[in-house]
Write a protein of this length. Structure first.
Length: 348
């Protein structure tokens, strides 16, 4: 089970790596910064595939019934997911890569707290120790970035950037907890179909407001189209595959596993962007994986809902009432005493 969890988590990390590398290549090579447009493409793919699947369903889990019963909940979920993606990418314009990597981990304790109260997950000491080890690995990775000169110069407004990262990480946590609840209690197709529907609407409106000028300035050619296509496929694969992994594990486990995505992006960056290499990157990968394995080694438990206490014994009145309620189900018993010592018991 641990090996399966590790493999699934690293597949998600590779999808995230693909989105990060293509986005960075678009920004550095062609000066294309369109995070909302890229998200809109992904949500549109989810709409075409999964919302269409819901549209062909009938019965209680059809698209119409889902919208009629839970439409307002999915509006909030779609809003949280869209803005989480946008805020994290937007933060890079204001603060440093180091700050984003460190503060993005804020989503993990938020996720654990939400899982505790909403999903009734109960953690053991080993889980908190494992999370601390994973965060230590992230700290090692950030130290390696600084030594390798990847920390970037100061952003235009570090405070705004840091606040955006914290908000984005918190919204990601809300989205992931909602995803775990829906996937485990309803269905994966419902989650992806609803996120695709409302994500397309919300990102489309926001795109028209904040990014229409940037889209007009894109110097379109086949390489840019290819980069957008690879990004969209990686993001679509990430969204489609993550519910499968969450159903097998949990949202917290998934978020710990994908901490290695930055390291995969770095390894690609060594060849594409000529990053400087540091042995601390290997050490940080090992530390994160040790913490992840430690977390997965002990399953969390789910608290049972508190039941109302039942009386240990019923009084005479309650017992008589109970007999009256069950009179139609329990045959009546008649006891007759004869002159001798024999007792005759007959049933009606």
């Amino acid at each position: 089970h641990i090996l399966k969890t590790i493999i699934l988590g690293q597949i998600l990390s590779l999808f995230i790596c693909g989105t990060a590398v293509t986005s960075q290549y678009l920004a550095e090579k062609y000066q294309v910064n369109t995070p909302m447009f890229q998200s809109f493409i992904n949500y549109s793919l989810l709409l075409l595939v999964y919302t269409t699947m819901l549209a062909f369903r009938t019965g209680s889990d059809s698209l119409w019934q889902i919208l009629k019963q839970r439409w307002w909940k999915y509006i909030f979920l779609g809003l949280a997911d869209v803005e989480a993606n946008y805020m994290i990418v937007k933060a890079y314009q204001y603060t440093t890569l180091t700050s984003v990597q460190l503060l993005d981990c804020f989503g993990i304790p938020v996720l654990m707290a939400l899982s505790w109260f909403i999903l009734r997950a109960r953690y053991r000491l080993i889980h908190f120790l494992a999370v601390a080890i994973c965060l230590l690995g992230v700290g090692t990775m950030v130290g390696a970035d600084i030594l390798a000169g990847r920390q970037d110069s100061e952003g235009s407004d570090v405070v705004i950037g840091d606040v955006l990262v914290l908000l984005g990480a918190s919204l990601y946590a809300i989205s992931n907890v909602s995803e775990e609840y829906i996937v485990k209690n309803l269905s994966r197709v419902e989650f992806l179909g609803m996120v695709g529907l409302f994500g397309t609407i919300i990102s489309g409106l926001q795109l028209a407001i904040v990014e229409h000028r940037e889209i007009m300035r894109i110097p379109w050619n086949w390489k840019i189209v290819l980069l957008f296509t690879v990004f969209a496929l990686c993001m679509f694969g990430l969204y489609s595959f993550m519910p499968v992994v969450i159903k097998v594990t949990s949202a917290t486990s998934v978020n710990l596993g994908i901490l290695t995505a930055d390291l995969y992006s770095l390894f690609f960056g060594l060849f594409l962007f000529f990053y400087n290499f540091s042995g601390l990157y290997i050490l940080s990968f090992v530390i994160i994986m040790v913490g992840f394995i430690l977390y997965c080694s002990t399953p969390t438990r789910t608290a049972e809902p508190t039941a109302l206490p039942q009386p240990s014994s019923a009084g005479l009145d309650n017992a008589a009432l109970k007999l009256e309620e069950n009179d139609s189900e329990t045959p009546g018993i008649t006891v007759q005493f004869t002159r001798g010592e024999t007792v005759v018991v007959s049933s009606d």
